[in-house]
Each structure stands twice: as C-alpha cells, then as structure tokens.
Design a protein around this ligand. Sequence first.
Ligand code: NAP
Length: 328
Amino acid sequence: MSSARHTRLLIIGSGPAGYTAAVYGARAMLEPILIQGIQPGGQLTITTEVENWPGDTEVQGPDLMLRMEAHAKATGAEIIADHISALDLSRRPFTAAGDSGTTYTADAVVLATGAQAKWLGLPSEEKFKGFGVSACATCDGFFYRGQEVVVIGGGNSAVEEALFLTNFAAKVTLVHRRDELRAERILQDRLFRNPKIETIWFHTLDEVLGGDNPPGVTGVRLRDLRDGSLREIPCSGVFVAIGHAPASELVADQLETHHGGYVVTKPDSTATAIPGVFAAGDITDHVFRQAVTSAGMGCMAALEAERFLAAEDAAAPAAPDVAAVGAG
Ligand code: NAP
C-alpha cells in the first residue's frame, strides 16, 4: 500500500554512520527517520569479533549493531525496515521511494549506505556464486567443515576471513597478488602463526574450477604474476575478499564521485555539492573505512544537517502574527 511520510532529516543506511547520525539527529530534536536497507546493521553484521571499537576490548559485530540500533531508538529516532530504490535530490523537499510503497520526503538527507563486497569479475566466479564461491566467511564458512578452501586478498577482510575459516576448514590457502599483506600487524601475526593456513604470494585467481551436476567448486587455477605460469589447487570453497566498493548507485548521477564511486564531500565536512545532502561513512570515505571513523562521520553529518536546517529556519520569512492580524 502506498503512503507518504515527511521528515526533517532522512538517514539512509544502518551501519555505524547511519545509527550515529540518528542518535545526534534525534538529540537535536529533528525527529529523524532512518531507513535500514537490505542488510540492517550493515557490514558489521557479517563479521565476528570486533577488537578496535573503543570501550569494548572485544565485541561481536552483530551485537554491536543491535546496541547501536537500540541506542538510536532510545533517543527517539524512528527506525524503519525499508529499502530506498530511488532518490530524487533535484528539488526540495528531497524524495525517496521505498520498496514498501512509502514515499519519504525530507528537508535534509544523510547518505550512509556504506559499501559492498567487490568481485573479481570472472565468468567462473559468477557461475559458482552460491555454489562454492562466496564473499562472506561468517555467512558460509560453516558449510566447509573438514574441507579445503581458498581466500583471495591481502587486506583485513581477507585475513579475518582466513582466520575465521580455520574454525571449520581442514586447510585454508590465502592467495595474494603481492608478497606483503595490507592487513593490520596483529592480524598478520595470527595468520602466520596458524598451522592451518598456507599463503601463496604473487598469485591471482585465474579461474574457479568446478562441475555442473551438481554445481560445485572442485578447485582453482592460479596465475603466477611473475612469469604468467598457471597452477591448480583443489578446494571446495573460494572466498573473495578483495575489498569493498561504495554503495553510491542511488546518487551516482546526481552527485560527483571519485576513486571508484565514493561520494565527494567538501573539505573537513560531510556536505555534498547539494545543500541539505550529507554523506557519511564508507559511501564517502575511501581512506579509513573503519567502524569508528564511520560513526564519527555520522555525528558530523547530523550536526551539519542540524546547522543547515537551523540556518534555513532563521532565513525563512516570519509567519504572520495571527493575534495582531485579528486585532486590526
Ligand atoms: P582492502 O583493505 O582494500 O584490501 C583489499 C585487498 O584485496 C588488498 O590486499 C588488495 O591487494 C586485494 N585486491 C584488490 N583487488 C584485487 C584484485 N583484482 N585481485 C587480487 N587482489 C585484489 O579491503 P578490505 O580488506 O575489505 O578492507 C576494507 C576496509 O575495511 C579497510 O580500511 C580495512 O581496514 C577495513 N576493515 C577493518 C577491519 C577491522 O578493523 N577489523 C576488518 C575488515 C575491514 P593489494 O594489497 O595489492 O592492493
């Protein structure tokens, strides 16, 4: 059923940036509406231990996001389970179309849609997605109990996935295109000390090998980047962890983007080129991309939205004084 909702502040996305913007927006009495999107809680809901969220030596990602949601609700933000499929920033109020049929209009918008996993783009990767190829060890790792798996990548995500997979798999092979990992030192130490993990340097995934009947992965063909030679190794699962790309499709033709789709904001600000539209977290941050920096940007976005709306209110013509008009 279609319906319409208007809000002073619409927050799109439910990761650390979105929920923090909701907390600050609610405390500024803006009565924000936050739309959660397809994956409520965002990327942290598909991780396990988070060890760099200040105040928690160790916290489970999904628990942390439930706490953030509860905090945003407790401050008075309205959290809605809906997904925005179209956003019109060409005129105000801004208009967002929800899959639920609800049309949301807003005086200001915080874009906090985060990022999504990148893929290599190989036809065989596409063919076996869901049949042995995955970008989420915490979602699919359980299926590989006692089997051999391969992880592609050299960043925090790849190393965390490899470590997590050792809980199930008999052997984990990490394949990286250089001979140096990008991951934090503490994660690298754990990786190198784990007897179940082998690392193959200077290689990329050339092809996922598998059968059709039933569909399933039987191995990978790797390319040695030093001499182009190929080698095959058997495995039943392939986890692609080569980074994340910003989820900026909603605004790609309305706002300037750079570095592969990250929304451009003004220096030292979350303001975009459209007055009243702010971007926070992984949709705009191509440098740090941490939960804590995303939360910080969510705070900035709400504070900047509040100032923007207050300046507009102050500039608006005063409403006629009804008592004075009646007395005349
Ligand atoms: P990332 O840091 O960008 O690392 C991507 C890795 O994939 C790099 O090692 C890169 O190789 C490799 N790669 C990229 N394209 C490739 C290709 N076409 N073929 C083969 N390899 C390719 O991405 P991420 O690990 O997803 O992390 C994203 C951000 O989230 C980072 O800022 C990270 O710190 C953060 N994060 C933090 C935590 C945590 O704090 N616990 C956990 C997960 C993610 P090169 O190194 O050669 O470029």
